[in-house]
Structures are given as C-alpha cells and as structure tokens.
Design a protein around this ligand. Structure first.
Ligand code: NDP
Length: 291
C-alpha cells in the first residue's frame, strides 16, 4: 500500500505557485476573504488560507463583517468586491450565520472571481468541460492528488459516495471529463442507493465524501483499489488533550491493508483544498488581467 501524502503534494504545488507568482511583474493576484462573525471553524480556515496566500506572495484582503450583517448588506459588500479591479478572487467562508442564504451568497460572487467554484455558472462550465471555469477546490484537489500520484482514471470505474454540490457532484463531473487523466466510468452513490456495499466494491477508484466516521469498511473495498477519503469527522477520544481525534469516512486501519493507494485523514485531501484555492486565484488573475 502506498500512502498518498497530501501535505507533501500540496507543498509542491504551493512551491510551484510561489515561483509563478514571483515571476508576475506589477500587481500580484489578490484574494478577498470574507469571514463573518466569530465562528471558530471559519477562523481556522481563513487563517490557513491567509497564511498560504502570504507564503505564495499573493495579496489577501481580510474582511470581517459582524455576525449581524444582513443579507442585503453582504450582497452590497460582494458587489463592491466584484467591481474592484484590484481583487481577483472572492471567498465567503462558510459556515454562514443562519439568517443568510448560502447558495444565494455563492451565486452573488461574480463567476470570474468565484475561486471557490460554488457559482452555478462554474459548475455548468465543469459539465461543459470549459477550461475557463473554476472547479470547487476539494474536487479539483482530488484530481491533482490523483494526477501527481500517477493514477490515470482512463477506463477506470470511479465510485463516488456522496452527491453534495461541493464534493460529490463536481468530482464525478471531473472524473467523467473526456480529457487526459480523467475519462473514467463514474457511479455516484448516496443515502438512497440500494446495496451500497456491492456498488462500492466495484470501484477501481473510490471517493468517499459522506461525513460519517469510518463508514467504508474493508469488506466494501476491492483489493487493489485506490481510496480517496474526503471525510473529516471528529470522534471523541479521551486520550487526546482536545478530547477528540479526526477520522475520515474510511476505516483506515482495515482498508489501508488492501488498498493499492490511500489518502490519510488528516494529511490527505484537506491540504489540497487550500492549495487549489491559491491555484484558482492565480488563474482568476490571469483570466481577468490577460497576464
Ligand atoms: P454533505 O453532508 O453535503 O453530503 C454527504 C453526502 O453523503 C450526501 O450526498 C449523502 O446522501 C451521503 N450520505 C450520507 N449518509 C449516507 C449513507 N449512510 N449512505 C450513503 N450515502 C450517504 O457533505 P459534504 O460533501 O460537504 O462533505 C462530506 C465529508 O467531506 C464531510 O466529512 C466533510 O467534513 C468533508 N469535507 C472535507 C473537505 C476537505 O477539504 N477535505 C472539504 C469538504 C468536505 P444524500 O444526498 O442522500 O443525503
């Protein structure tokens, strides 16, 4: 079994982006990060993104509206950033406060600056295989992990468990694309799938994006399969200072014994998500400024 080391692959990508950004003369690509209120998860995500941007040499603009911001006020803020020629990418960090409609907010970000890839137009561009679109960072990161781990999806059966708009559906569309590295036969499973274990056992490449700790067990995996574990779940663990540990959607101890390659949690897909956000920001800069 080979471990797919997301930390190492993300670090290589970050180093490449740093070289690329260093070679840009004049204004550097800029990402605006909107973090609403004091949600601790949002704080940790935005801090990671800010750090990564600084490491590459991107400019980041952090905007911290209060948790009481209304949806029209947030829209006005996004409109301002949409119109600002010195901002290339915009990210509104979720989770958002309950009174704000997340899908409407993602749709308000101009498609050209939607580096998170959540805008309807960008999802459509992935389906149309239009390279000017932005794929959501987690699925884009999975494709990058596979390519850099020399896993060619051509002719393979990819089984995705999960059909969310940010992971399951876009990774299925990316794997399906008629281009080098992709060209897979794709099955998407969800909570309504009959006989899920039998479906999952057919996978040459399995992508688990379920949000249920250690849901995929060894009896559900074909020996030699490549296993990509997207899940990040906190489970109680009295031996840890924090009182919890992170596990994926795959039961790593048993599945790693029969997979040919597998991503760990943490340190697999997670680090790629931030790296791909940076990559998308550089792409947005190039597309908007014709650099
Ligand atoms: P969602 O909750 O939006 O989607 C989960 C999907 O799993 C749904 O399609 C759901 O089916 C399906 N599902 C749930 N239970 C079952 C079941 N018993 N059998 C079959 N299918 C099931 O989650 P996300 O896609 O947003 O995230 C998935 C996981 O990935 C989470 O652990 C999340 O924390 C993690 N994640 C990690 C990221 C990273 O950077 N590494 C980024 C984003 C997410 P149905 O549609 O029928 O309800």
């Amino acid at each position: 079994m080979e471990l797919i080391d997301g930390n190492q692959i993300a670090a290589a990508l970050i180093a490449e982006l740093k070289t690329e950004v260093n070679a840009i003369s004049g204004r550097k690509p800029c990402i605006a990060l909107i973090r609403i209120g004091d949600d601790p998860a949002s704080l940790s995500y935005v801090t990671k993104k800010e750090k990564s941007a600084a490491e590459i040499g991107l400019t980041s603009r952090i905007i911290l509206p209060p948790v009481t911001i209304s949806q029209p006020e947030l829209f006005a803020l996004i409109d301002q950033l949409n119109a600002d020629p010195t901002v290339d990418g915009i990210l509104v960090q979720s989770p958002l406060p309950k009174h704000i409609n997340e899908v409407a907010v993602f749709g308000r970000v101009s498609a050209a600056k939607d580096v998170d890839g959540f805008n309807t137009l960008n999802l459509g561009k992935i389906a149309q295989e239009d390279e000017t679109g932005f794929a959501a960072c987690t699925p884009a990161g999975i494709m990058e992990l596979l390519a850099r781990s020399k896993v060619d999806l051509k002719g393979k059966h990819v089984v995705v468990v999960g059909r969310s708009l940010i992971v399951g559906k876009p990774i299925a569309l990316l794997a399906l694309q008629k281009k080098a590295g992709a060209n897979a036969t794709v099955t998407i499973c969800h909570s309504g799938t009959s006989n899920l274990p039998a479906m999952v056992r057919q996978a040459d490449v399995l992508v688990a994006a379920i949000g249920r700790p250690e849901f995929i067990t060894a009896d559900m995996v074909k020996p030699g399969a490549v296993v990509i574990d997207v899940g990040i779940n906190r489970v109680p663990d009295a031996t840890k200072k924090s009182g919890f540990r992170l596990v994926g959607d795959v039961h790593f101890p048993s599945v790693s014994a029969l997979a040919s390659k597998i991503t760990p949690v943490p340190g697999g897909v997670g680090p790629m998500t931030v790296a791909m956000l940076m990559k998308n920001t550089v792409k947005a800069f190039r597309l908007q400024t014709a650099h």
